[in-house]
Design a protein around this ligand. Structure first.
Ligand code: 5CA
Length: 158
């Protein structure tokens, strides 16, 4: 049996604890970028959840922003929503606060909960796909599941 990476394991455990019957899928090809993930599962780019980590410039608080594939999070907008200036988290910060490396950051399974915003554009789909802890793993869920799992605030972030 193939070795299960610890990232995937943490995500699957978080999903199991939620009681939502969601399953991580390990892929034969890369899902490191949103486009690669969409190609790998055969969905629209908009159905891919990008899990982006920002850092409060004053407080160093991490913020997780879950963005539909083609969208860019507007820094000004996100800053207004969280109430302080923010910057993109660098690779070390992302690993520190999520336990995942860029390209595999999942919206669940981090060591401590992170305040989360959810791009309103994700709500138009029945099924969406998020990274599951590595650049070759994903899981599918509904936007309602995503809200339940992350306690995220739905917002227009672009
Ligand atoms: N597995 C895919 C699909 S779910 C994935 O993780 N996509 S992602 O968009 O959530 O992760 C890649 C994102 O990481 C990029 O959109 C970019 O915003 C961010 N990123 C890439 N390189 C860096 C970097 N050096 N520093 C900070 N953020 C980065």
């Amino acid at each position: 049996m193939a070795e299960i990476s610890s990232g995937v394991q943490r995500v699957q455990e978080a999903l199991d604890q939620s009681g939502l019957s969601l399953e991580v899928v390990e892929l034969p090809q890369s899902s490191r970028t949103a486009q690669e993930a969409a190609d790998a599962v055969g969905c629209q780019l908009g159905q891919i959840v990008k899990s982006l980590v920002f850092r409060g410039s004053d407080s160093e608080t991490p913020y997780l922003v879950l963005v539909s594939g083609p969208n860019r999070a507007d820094l000004e907008r996100v800053s207004q929503l969280v109430g302080e200036p923010i910057q993109m988290g660098d690779a070390d910060f992302v690993r520190e606060v999520t336990g995942f490396s860029i390209g595999g950051v999942a919206p669940v399974g981090m060591p401590e909960p992170i305040q989360t915003l959810i791009d309103r554009d994700l709500l138009q789909y029945d099924t969406i796909w998020a990274a599951a802890g590595t650049p070759r793993s994903v899981f599918s869920l509904s936007p309602g599941d995503l809200r339940q799992l992350t306690a995220g605030q739905v917002a227009t972030i672009r």
